[in-house]
Ligand binder design. Sequence first.
Ligand code: ATP
Length: 858
Amino acid sequence: MADPIHDGGLTRSEVEAARARAGWNELPEAETTGPLRVLLRQFSSFLVLILIVAALVAVALGEWIDAATIGLVVVLNAALGFVQEWKAETALASLRKLLSPQAMVLRDGQEKLVPAREIVPGDILILTSGAKIAADAALLRASDLRIDESILTGESMPVAKSLDEGRDRVFAGTAVSSGRAEARVTAIAGETEFGKIAHLTGSVGVKTTHLQRKLGQLARQLGLAALLVAAGVTALGLIVGRDLTEMVMTGLSLSVAMVPEGLPAVVTITLALGATAMVRQNALARRLQAVETLGAASVICTDKTGTLTENKMTATKVWTLDRQYDVTGTGYDPAGHIEAEGARLRFGDDPVLGALLQTGLHCSHARLVPAGKTWTMIGAPTEGALVTLAYKGWCDLPKERGVLAEIPFSSARKRMSVLYQSPDGVQVLTKGAPEQIVEICTQVLGQDGAKPLGAAERDAITRAYEEMAADGQRVIALASRAAPDHHIAEEELTFLGLVGLIDPPRAEVREAIASAQSAGIRVVMITGDSPITAAAIARQTGLKVKRQISGQELDEMDDGALREALGDGVLFARTKPEQKMRIVAALQAQDQIVAMTGDGVNDAPALKQADIGVSMGVRGTDVARDASDLVLLDDNFATIVRAIGEGRRQFANVRKFVRYLLSSNAGEVIALVVNIAIGGPLVFLATQILWMNLVTDGVTAVALGLEKGEPDQMAEPPRRKDSRILGPAGIGTIVVLGMYTGLSSLWIFFQLLDFGVELARTTAFTAMVVFEKVSVFAFRSLRHSNFRIGWFSNPFLLLALIVTLGAQVAAIYWPPLQALLRTVPIGWAEWQLIAAFALPILVVPELAKIALRRDQRT
Ligand code: ATP
């Protein structure tokens, strides 16, 4: 086998040859829902069952036209349901694609991130903490490598791997818990151990959400109630001696009128379209449930680096015991220089600076690669900044990496070390958080050589550190020592100096924090960085902090004290990822709905525990992503706040169309029941009710689900976890509106009865459809008048109204539909009557809303 350290990986032609032999690294797609399945599902609902019974009854009674119409409605309903669900399925499928796994490989001597499916046997995988392994591979190098193989073996403890025989293989589908390694791919796709038992693709959960379950339940309950009421009414009618056919058809009409048939499909499509809308805002919901829960989020726990800040680090200050330096230039462009006391300095000009620059350069995995006129950085930004600093100081760049061993960085240890083969001998080079470095140093390097690290020197270091951090800079300390015994021990090091890195806050974060706060959402920063840096960034982003708690203090607090501390304005710094879990649990114990960000492998438990686990699309690890509900495609805090806004919009829209659909149904039921009570002929036929509920209302409800967010949706506190979709106000509106539309159409029916029952019924039927369409304006916002949100601001709704009203005109003037729905043409006078009754539905809710808001303001 080739020398692992000098091996630059496969070349492009080798990759192509291997691919021709072995194919792509992918497994047959997991079973997805095909169109046929979605179509069949349309015929398996409770509603269709009722309809089939209705059709059979119609056949038995010799009502052929009714039977045919019911058949037609079933088909139309299935077609609508199919279009909606298929749209939802394809939306979810494209979200799933966005989650396809990637892998870091070494090819042509360069590290590259490639889609996991492009991996071929012979590729060198670079494995870092949190990465999901894309193929079976044999280790070439490994430092402190531990792998979570639970997916293959069920063993929950991570397994240590090394180059020793029997421990030197890693498997596809497993994940790196800690450490770093390079490994040569031995098997891909179906040939891997994992491939033999499972599939590799990332998944978007399609489990039904809480809301879907609750609404499904509501629909079923109403269905059952409908059957009982219908049976009761039919029996009653028969007892008082009414015609059998008429009563059976009335019973059927009633049951059809009571069930909100469109509801489950409308919820699914609304949530799926909501998830698609969120992707456009850079938030990818891995579960539909997330869209729903997001709207109720009351606390966002966020990390700092990369989420609140840009994660583009630039070294601006260097501090050593006897000398301080300023650094010019921005980003990872080596154009810039290091100066002290007005003079530009280079690597050879200053031994302390030289040692510090060398340590930063070699104790790092980052690399700068020229890309046209600019440079790109591969690796962690903190390290990238140190490498760039070394370039600015004209350090000698090594032809090959002389790293013999490594103790990798972890967020818990907050430092890392390498054993480095320098031209002057073997050295331990260490870098990390200043507290963690000072602790293991016994000497400090000055212009006159090394001297013991005494109290005065420690004080000087602390002062310098605090001063840099107070500016919001991230401070990294560097240290080294000779290691003639080739032993990598983090002890008795010589302190070299501090480097201050600026990482500016993201421009949009200030506004996002303000928006979260006005929406009653608490923002809690939890960072691994120092309290001083964290407080400075909080200040720069407008996050008010009254209390800072360090990881150590947190460990000393009991749960009661923690809960108390979690009031307004708390910030956690120098935390370990494991501590996030405790913070989430404490917040949840206070009934908060918690969104928690995380990117590392140790963040996974907290992400799972949180109501909404938020992982990072750019910076995050596969393990964190797998544990999360929401992936931020741009790692940006502002995206969480936008996603919450989107979640609130979705929930509000579900509320709107549920109320809309139920109030339409209520109107129909009231008309039917009152009519039976006073003994009139059937006011609506079963087929007409089906037409209203399935053909015209469903389409309108979907359009209502696409309403834009309300102007003040982020000015309200979050909804409570158990807040109801209906509630007393909702039920009140449904009853009042239902009474009005039901009784008005019944009144119209009786007014016209003398001109023939067909004309009366057609007019009442059309009146009901028009009322339902007009009433939609009352539900567009539950609080704002249409003048505020704009009458024409939802084009989908306008389109739905035009289409459904057009369909109704066809239903009464187009002979084939006339035959099916038993309608007759109505005249100008009837239209005027309908319009007169429809007008108050448009006007009264507007006036009520305006009055109510004025009331609230005074
Ligand atoms: P956040 O939790 O907000 O993302 P963070 O990135 O600072 O903040 P960690 O990644 O846990 O959190 O880093 C903690 C500290 O460890 C940093 O403040 C820094 O001092 C040090 N550190 C970070 N990266 C490295 C690295 N590659 N090598 C050595 N030390 C590092």
